[in-house]
Design a protein around this ligand. Structure first.
Ligand code: NCD
Length: 306
């Protein structure tokens, strides 16, 4: 895996993913042993779009491995504001750093960056397209809390059209046996056609599209909630009309299986009532914690230090 880029969740084989998850578990059980493996290494975090969790978890991950960080979280504070091209920025940054994590509002930007970089590029979200390290986080969470990655009924609820975490998760899960998806969204926010055709139909994956959580919640092993992606709407009225489509509350949770887990990439707006946080099935904060460990494992592998 050394020196590979991670742009799309399918860039790694199932075996490579297992290696990353195995290392993440080793780091979780013995963090001290890994606290110096990235000494002398520099992570550059280039965030052209807002982020809290993803950027902090990358930076915390590198610091916990003993490395250092540089970067920006505000494109206006970088030379992009002067009109520098992404290609030139990446050529420079890959001289200064050993590995790059980049988030960008344009679909395909991470792929372009990887073509100009002399160091590994990790896609930390490209527009409404893909978010592969969130998917590593999600897979590690499912594997750790449910014991396996195959044989699950997964409900994905909210903005399936613009949600990049959704597209990456469905793509990644399509490689595991006996996965069934229940896709819960308003009609306008259903999964993009390429996910329906190229991923679900092509791989013969069972799925159903419904509009209400209550109609399917009792069937689910995993309920993956998502935020309506305000920043990707072209029309404010449309957002206002759809923004409160789903609110998971304690009443709805009464219908769910006792061992169902609730996931959410976060940030949450109002799609999960805070009362649900007390429910043992709420896994979203634990999921954010797994996110840091899986990024530690990923960077250690790409840098070839563990
Ligand atoms: C997600 C993202 O940026 O796509 N957040 C994250 O990385 N944890 C989900 C979102 O913003 O809704």
């Amino acid at each position: 895996m050394k020196n590979k880029h991670l742009i799309n969740p399918m860039d790694f084989t199932i075996e490579e993913l297992d290696e990353i998850f195995e290392l993440a578990h080793q780091i979780i059980s013995n963090p001290q042993e890994y606290s110096h493996v990235c000494e002398g290494k520099i992570l550059a975090t280039l965030f052209y779009e807002p982020s809290t969790r993803t950027r902090f978890s990358f930076e915390a991950a590198m610091m916990r491995l003993g490395g250092k960080i540089l970067g920006f979280s505000e494109p206006n504070s970088s030379s992009a504001a002067k009109g520098e091209t992404l290609a030139d920025t990446i050529k420079m940054v890959s001289i200064y750093s050993d590995i790059i994590a980049m988030r960008h509002p344009k679909e395909g930007a991470a792929k372009v960056a990887s073509m100009y970089s002399s160091v590994p590029v990790i896609n930390a979200g490209d527009g409404g397209h893909q978010h592969p390290t969130q998917t590593l986080t999600d897979l590690l969470t499912i594997k750790s809390l449910k014991g396996r990655l195959d044989n699950h009924v997964i409900g994905i609820c909210g903005d399936l059209r613009y949600g990049r975490t959704v597209q990456s998760l469905i793509t990644a899960m399509s490689r595991y046996e006996n996965i069934k998806f229940l896709l819960i969204s308003p009609k306008e926010l259903g999964v993009p056609q390429y996910i329906r055709e190229e991923v679900l139909n092509k791989n013969n994956i069972e799925f159903r599209e419904v509009e209400k959580i209550e109609d399917v919640i009792e069937e689910l092993d995993i309920l993956y909630m998502t935020r309506i992606q305000k920043e990707r709407f072209f029309n404010e009225d449309e957002y206002m009309r759809l923004k409160d489509s789903y609110i998971l509350d304690t009443e709805k949770m009464k219908l769910a299986k006792e061992d169902m887990i609730i996931m959410h990439p976060l940030p949450r707006v109002n799609e999960i009532d805070v009362e649900v946080d007390k429910d043992e099935r709420a896994a979203y904060f634990k999921q954010a914690e797994f996110g840091m460990y899986v990024r530690m494992a990923l960077m250690a592998k790409l840098l070839g230090v563990a």
